[in-house]
Write a protein that binds this ligand. Structure first.
Ligand code: ADP
Ligand code: MG
Length: 290
């Protein structure tokens, strides 16, 4: 994929994050529609070259079905444009609609499929690309009507903002996965709304880890155990991916008949009927600290 910003036609903004906006764009010559993330970047020309070389590595991830396809990156007026496969919604918008508007929860069989896809994506990044994700959260897990579940936004943040990632192990991603599952399953972020970064660190480092409880028997024991094992505070005790893949909550779930495509379609149709955008929510996205 060799193209420039001028080959793309902007079809409007679909989302906004801490580093910039994500727009839907179409590549005029091929009619390929894509999601383009534009990151304000202060890198000079030499650093741009390095960044593009790093992204070559990311290109290799295109063989994994649990990772969003990456089409290429380009620089325009100092901004870095990251071009990727356009999905139909992200898990944050999805669960918020289900919990807040439909007043229900994502079925556990669907959660198991989402969990398996995410663990496989993270394991692939680690084993094949030697990349740690560092930003596992619901808005970085994308869904489409065909039932695909894909992880996005990995490995790039570190290059663009070297101050962000320190002291990271794959098991920090496992922790974030636990927090993500808790948020998506209960409909609420497990920490009270955060103030300063200092407060965030204090809560995570000094406080007890959040634990999923089964008050109303609304979850299976396997699910509760899976989440809480991701949230073991002592990092050396926390499982890595090979152990998670053996956990009964997700082991063998590939064979389960849970129909992700039908469920995603049902929810997206309900969003459409209610005039709710599958991309943007009213509330600002809660950031997860790394
Ligand atoms: P964040 O992940 O913190 O929300 P981002 O800038 O990464 O911030 O993305 C903003 C929003 O754009 C996401 O919440 C998601 O809804 C949407 N989005 C990002 N990438 C894609 C994509 N490839 N396909 C569809 N929607 C996307
Ligand atoms: Mg994101």
């Amino acid at each position: 994929y060799d193209f420039t910003a001028d080959d793309l036609q902007d079809l409007g903004e679909i989302g906004r994050g801490a580093f910039g906006a994500v727009n839907k764009m179409v590549h005029r010559k091929t009619n390929r529609v894509m999601a383009v993330k534009r990151i304000r970047s202060t890198v000079d020309e030499k650093e741009q070259k390095q960044l593009l070389m790093d992204l070559e590595v990311v290109m290799k991830s295109n063989e994994c079905v649990y990772i969003v396809q990456f089409y290429g990156a380009l620089f325009k007026e100092g901004d870095c444009w990251i071009c990727m496969e356009l999905m139909d919604t992200s898990l944050d918008k999805f669960y918020k609609f289900i919990c807040e508007r439909m007043q229900t929860r994502i079925p556990e069989t669907i959660l198991a499929k989402i969990t398996l896809a995410t663990v496989k994506a993270l394991n692939y990044l680690k084993e094949k690309l030697k990349i740690i994700h560092r930003d596992v959260k619901p808005s970085n897990i994308l869904l489409d009507r065909r039932g695909n579940i894909k992880l996005c936004d990995f490995g790039i943040s570190e290059r663009i903002d070297p101050g962000r990632a320190r002291g990271y192990d794959v098991r920090s991603d496992v922790w974030s996965l636990g927090i993500t599952l808790m948020e998506v399953a209960t409909g609420a972020f497990p920490y009270p709304r955060w103030g300063s970064v200092f407060e965030q660190l204090q809560q995570v480092v000094q406080g007890d880890p959040p634990r999923l409880t089964n008050k109303n028997n609304s979850f299976s024991n396997n699910f509760v155990h899976f989440v809480n094992t991701c949230l073991i505070k002592e990092e050396t005790q926390r499982p890595k991916y090979n152990r998670l893949l053996e956990h009964p909550f997700i082991k063998g779930i590939e064979q389960s008949r849970a129909d992700v495509a039908a469920y995603v379609c049902e929810v997206l149709d309900a969003m459409e009927r209610n005039g709710v955008s599958p991309f943007t929510t009213d509330q600002p996205a809660q950031a997860w600290v790394d």
